[in-house]
Write a protein that binds this ligand. Sequence first.
Ligand SMILES: [Zn+2]
Length: 503
Amino acid sequence: MNIMKKKGGGCVVGKKIVLILIDSLMPHILREAQERELVPALSLMMSRGAYWNNCATIFPTMSASVDASLITGVYPEEHRIPGLVWYSRKERRIVNYINGSKSVWRIGVKKCTQDVLIEMNEKHMSRDVSTLFEEVTRRGKTSASFNFAAHRGPHYYRVQKPGLSKLFLAGLLSAQVSGPEICTVGKFIDSTFLRSLRWNFSHTIFHKYGLNDRFAVDAVCKLIREGKLPHVTFVYMPDMDYAYHRNPERGPQILARADRYIQRLLDSFGNADEAFKQCKFIVVGDHGQTKIGIEKEATINVEQHLLGMKIARAENIQPEIDDIVICNNERMCYFYPLKEGVQQETVKRLLMDLRIDILAWKEGRGVWIGHGGQTLFFAPGQDIHDQYGRQWKAKGDFSIIDAVLGENPEDGTPVISFGRYPDLFSRLYGALYAQEGEVIVATAQPGCEFFTPSDPVHRGGASHGSLHEMDSIVSLIITDESPDRFSKPRIVDIKSYILRDLC
Ligand SMILES: [Zn+2]
């Protein structure tokens, strides 16, 4: 049933879809790796379809919010996953989907594991939006998710505690978590498929119990060899992120390791031609990364700006006593004022630090942005179109967001073009309105990141989280596709693209 015939919006009849997400896949690293002939499998995929070096991701540029947007096709204001670390006013606690071993230790390993394994999919992600895996089932097709953090679907799996993790996770709810027909989160959820995988070192505590490239690729290769690949398969490869954080100078070599796994995946079909005959491949990044300076000033110590305020302790928040909660997402930071007047005072103090790139806060159903002495306000409206087809009203200094207001040559309607901060209005609005109550967002200038005690620092390495294009633009490869399918692709476009293509 592999009829090579295009139908409607790019559907190639009979082909299965395999999406591979390489964490931190960036266009400039891919280009450099190609020039040095380090990535033959990715180069082959690019030659068999289309490549975009301008795919805009979600804000904050952290995997949790990006994964949720990828599988729901909407911005965070609809799916309600605001970042990797955020404050739940309802539960009066910080939600941490595992970032930073010290802060996870303070909040509690069990609590954070429960958040990422269970609550994110079953509780935090809005039930008003559907996931790709749910939609695929509704169409009578099958799907698989290998190690995606966001994987809500129609089937239920029991959470398990592999090996020594029992020591840290004692008391973790033996709850069920949902997913597609085939679903792995390393060895943390139990399934018939997982039990059939042959053991190797990638399953052990030393390799995060299967939350690594080898485990995910081994699993999908097994399905391919057995001829059991479902209609849609998502494969998450995290290793590039870990390695690039520490050693950004070796980006092309780090990507070459991911490429060797992708080559193995293609070879498991017998050969690459057979792989392309049976499948359409989508390869995409989730966010970029920006190098962080080695000097002390590269880390913005936000608590120093809030001297005199009662900053909540991550492990024990007391809204009656505390003034403010801080949630550090590396190159972006959330501030949650708990008392009247604290938002105004926090904004005033943070605006003085010019290492803060964009400072934004909710007000009047819109968003205020400040930098130095300039401000800009925007809100959903009908006055201005952006390059992605959404409509807004805005007033103020557009230069602080590197945007230009022009006119559509055909009908004269005002159009805003974003520069260094791609898709800025939708992304910033999405992060702020994913949450109830007052929220302030700060992003760091290139070369800098935020510092709060217990959270990871990457001085001399790289990190991400901000709205800047370095963190926000990812590579997108789609085989059997033409470059004119998208002029400015976004992560939120991929779900509807796959569903249209499913035939
Ligand atoms: Zn990272």
